[in-house]
Design a protein around this ligand. Structure first.
Ligand SMILES: Cc1cc2nc3c(=O)[nH]c(=O)nc-3n(C[C@H](O)[C@H](O)[C@H](O)COP(=O)(O)OP(=O)(O)OC[C@H]3O[C@@H](n4cnc5c(N)ncnc54)[C@H](O)[C@@H]3O)c2cc1C
Length: 467
């Protein structure tokens, strides 16, 4: 089937399922401007899927804003340096159950069924192409090149301030701002305090790899992105790449593969707090190994060295080199690549900074049993069942219940939702159901009045059929 034929099928399936078809959210105005029912911040896979999910529930008055240019949302083309996705190729999610929107349907229409059978995992560039196609075929209302810089309450509405100077009033806001959307990419203090900024880059930054040819590169971090960047530097002709991991051994078990089951993805959020805490803590402690092919991509080079049990205990400029001390020896580099992931702390997000002091975290709500403490986990927001923020002081700041987190920061409360492809299938369902419920119940009096005034005749003729 060609892509054109697939697109026709998408439209037909949507038509087949278009019941009930009527929009039902009463329109609102502010200063003569239509208030959005939902503003989605972030037009990556999570923002797009949330938008499609809301539209299927006939919540149509939505806008999606993304700071990046069209086609560059998320990491896939921008700074992801792996060859393929890490997730099995059979993953579904953005399709929300529509077979013709599934990644496989797009792939087979684009590259053929044989190519699918021969495929190991989906190429990251194909994933971005798929997301671009998904957005286009569904006609999702995304505006690119616009950053939300601040969110604040305004009566019973929310107002989002944009970097263009404009504002958007909305009844609900969904934060689909990515892996780092609950905080920021993390650079350890030992690096930022001891090394000039032009001698290192985080894996999430733009890096001129051609300029690293012939250079000695030190990479910090044991996650997949650290290895992807090491491999990219090696392929660009780096003289040597040394990768340093704090753990005595690389993790070899991937809890994310365990998490790929309907029970966890669909119902983790329904567990009691002690279990949600214990399971998330276990997942964080296990961490994820780099994919096998990513490790081999590095090991293919004789000038690659992996140093386990080797945190950087000292770092500084010596002569023209960056000198790193580890428990196992000293090293000299021309450039560092920092693959230490991200940290969750809502106060670090400009758009949330004003609200963060009032948002409850897990540390505010849950006292872990002895031996189960975890400082980083305590910083994650403690979310309501519809992914919305809760107030540090219960009963205050009602606007927080209208801001829905759909990033990796949902982990201890919801399990995976946004921030991972596997989380979308059930995460969008939970988010959309929650928003539909809260909009309907907030407007209950209006809906009741509408029913009381309803007088559209269905039975038109009482005197037998017309001749
Ligand atoms: C290198 C890498 C590889 C990954 N590989 C996989 C994988 O194989 N499988 C998997 O399941 N997951 C993977 N992930 C995790 C996850 O799936 C991705 O991070 C994915 O992009 C998350 O989708 P998202 O829509 O939540 O966020 P993103 O795709 O990051 O999109 C968020 C968007 O929000 C925008 N934004 C942020 N703040 C604002 C603001 N204030 N105003 C306007 N716009 C804003 C950004 O510009 C961005 O485009 C990977 C992550 C990374 C970083």
């Amino acid at each position: 089937m060609s892509l054109e034929a697939l697109e026709r099928r998408v439209r037909q399936e949507l038509e087949f399922l278009n019941y009930p078809a009527r929009n039902w959210v009463p329109p609102r105005q502010r200063d003569g401007v239509r208030v959005l029912d939902v503003l989605i911040v972030g037009g990556g896979q999570a923002g797009l899927a949330a938008c499609f999910g809301l539209r299927r529930e006939r919540i149509d008055n939505i806008e999606v804003l993304d700071a990046k240019p069209a086609g560059l949302e998320g990491p896939w083309i921008d700074f992801a340096r792996m060859v393929t996705l890490r997730t099995p190729k059979t993953v579904t999610g953005p399709d929300l159950g529509l077979p013709s929107l599934a990644p496989r349907a797009w792939f087979e229409a684009r590259h053929g069924a044989e190519a699918w059978n021969a495929l190991n995992k989906i190429d990251r560039r194909d994933w971005q192409d798929y997301l671009g196609w998904y957005r286009r075929v569904l006609g999702l209302p995304v505006v690119n090149g616009v950053r939300v810089t601040e969110i604040r309450p305004d009566g019973d509405l929310l107002v989002a301030v944009l970097d263009t100077g404009e504002r958007r009033w909305a009844r609900r806001i969904v934060l689909a701002t990515g892996l780092e959307g609950g905080g920021r990419w993390q650079i350890p203090a030992i690096v930022s305090q001891n090394v000039p900024a032009d001698r290192y880059a985080h894996t999430a930054q733009a890096i001129d790899f051609a300029a690293l040819a012939g250079k000695r590169i030190g990479v910090l971090g044991g996650g997949a992105s650290a290895f992807d960047n090491a491999a990219t530097a090696l392929e660009a002709g780096a003289a040597s790449v040394d990768l340093f991991v704090r753990r005595p051994e690389l993790p070899r078990i991937n809890p994310y593969r365990w998490m790929e089951n309907v029970g966890y993805l669909g119902h983790f959020a329904d567990l009691p707090d002690p279990l949600r805490w214990r399971m998330t803590r276990r997942i964080f402690d296990m961490n994820q190994p780099p994919p096998q092919d990513t490790l081999w991509r590095c090991q293919h080079f004789a000038n690659f060295a992996l140093h386990t049990g080797s945190p950087w205990t000292g770092l500084g400029i010596v002569g023209d080199a960056v000198a790193a001390r580890t428990p196992k020896g000293e090293f000299a580099f021309d450039f560092l690549i920092i693959g230490t992931g991200f940290t969750v702390d809502l106060s670090l997000r400009p758009e949330l900074a004003a609200l963060a002091p009032d948002i409850a975290t897990w540390a505010d709500r849950f006292d872990p049993p002895a031996g189960e403490g975890h400082a980083a986990l305590g910083q994650f927001p403690y979310l309501a069942p519809d992914c919305s923020f809760t107030a540090k002081q219960p009963g205050t700041h009602p606007h927080l219940a209208h801001i829905h987190d759909f990033t990796f920061a949902t982990m201890p409360s919801m399990g995976l939702t946004g921030g991972s492809i596997s989380g979308l299938k059930y995460g969008v369902r939970r988010l959309v159901g929650g928003i539909a419920k809260s909009l309907f119940t907030e407007d209950a009096e209006t809906h009741c009045a509408s029913l009381m005034a309803y007088e559209e005749l269905e039975l038109l003729h009482l005197d037998g059929p017309p001749p």
